[in-house]
Ligand binder design. Structure first.
Ligand SMILES: [Zn+2]
Length: 259
């Protein structure tokens, strides 16, 4: 539990264990809940009472899942963006294909993780690429308990640039390590900065690092595959499509109207 997940802390009384610090925790699916007495939860988990043990184990799993989901960086706007909630009404045929590719990728994640198979989501603005990218990340966390991280190219570039300041709390190496750590990394908005050399070098470093460790990456971009090759360089795109990594195309008009 990181301090940012704790909304408030109050002193509470447990009948069994006396005074303790009770934390109000953010819930990924909205709202919040009180953590309660962790000593009680620990005791129940290790109890010889089968029912109490089961209930405590299930609570522990639920709380752990909540923390993994919160750590995913999926923004509040996209927390309800799941594979089930993706609408295929604007362009049913093509959207159904895109959805199926993302469902298949999420379902087969164990295999992708084993061989380091990535995926690209490419196409027009407002076609639901971010929705599906977040949905795959959430599905991978829920189905496999695998940590996934959603971020954007702009955030990565900004984080790396911020390490150049002598007051920076984090080193460049730590930023790259954090991007290497999750089993799945989703990088949104690639190419928004029109591919400066710096962006290309940083993103190649991230993609290549993960490629070498067989860690899958999902890249989301408004660019075409040719545009992405220009922006990221051939080597990066080759790594993203290695081991038959799928490219999902979103080539229909925006659902947001004249966007
Ligand atoms: Zn207690």
């Amino acid at each position: 539990m990181t301090p940012s997940n704790i909304l408030r802390t109050e002193t509470a009384q447990c009948r069994e264990h006396g005074e303790y610090k009770n934390h109000l925790i953010e819930s990924f699916s909205g709202g919040h809940f009180w953590q309660g007495c962790t000593r009680c939860q620990f005791d129940a988990y290790h109890s010889t009472d089968e029912e109490a043990g089961k209930a405590a184990a299930s609570l522990r799993r639920e709380r752990q899942l909540n923390l993994t989901l919160l750590a995913s960086g999926i923004p509040p706007r996209f927390r309800e963006a799941t594979l089930e909630s993706y609408l295929t009404t604007t362009n049913p045929e093509q959207q159904a294909i895109a959805l199926r590719q993302c469902q298949d990728y999420a379902a087969g994640f164990e295999d992708h993780w084993r061989v380091g198979r990535s995926m690209m989501l490419l196409g027009a603005v407002g076609t639901g690429k971010t929705h599906l990218g977040c949905a795959v990340a959430q599905s991978v966390i829920r189905s496999f308990g695998a940590p996934a991280l959603y971020t954007s190219a702009l955030d990565i570039i900004r984080d790396i640039k911020s390490t150049f300041s002598k007051d920076s709390e984090l080193s460049e190496r730590e930023i790259y390590a954090a991007l290497r750590a999750p089993d799945l990394l989703v990088i949104d908005e690639v190419g928004v900065q029109h591919g400066s050399d710096f962006e290309r070098q940083v993103l190649f470093e991230v993609i290549n690092d993960r490629y070498k460790n067989l860690d899958p990456t999902i890249v989301i971009s408004n660019l075409s595959i040719q545009g992405l090759r220009q922006c990221l360089g051939d080597r990066a795109v080759d790594r993203l499509s290695d081991a038959d990594g799928p490219t999902v195309l979103f080539n229909w008009a925006s659902a947001r109207g004249a966007a």
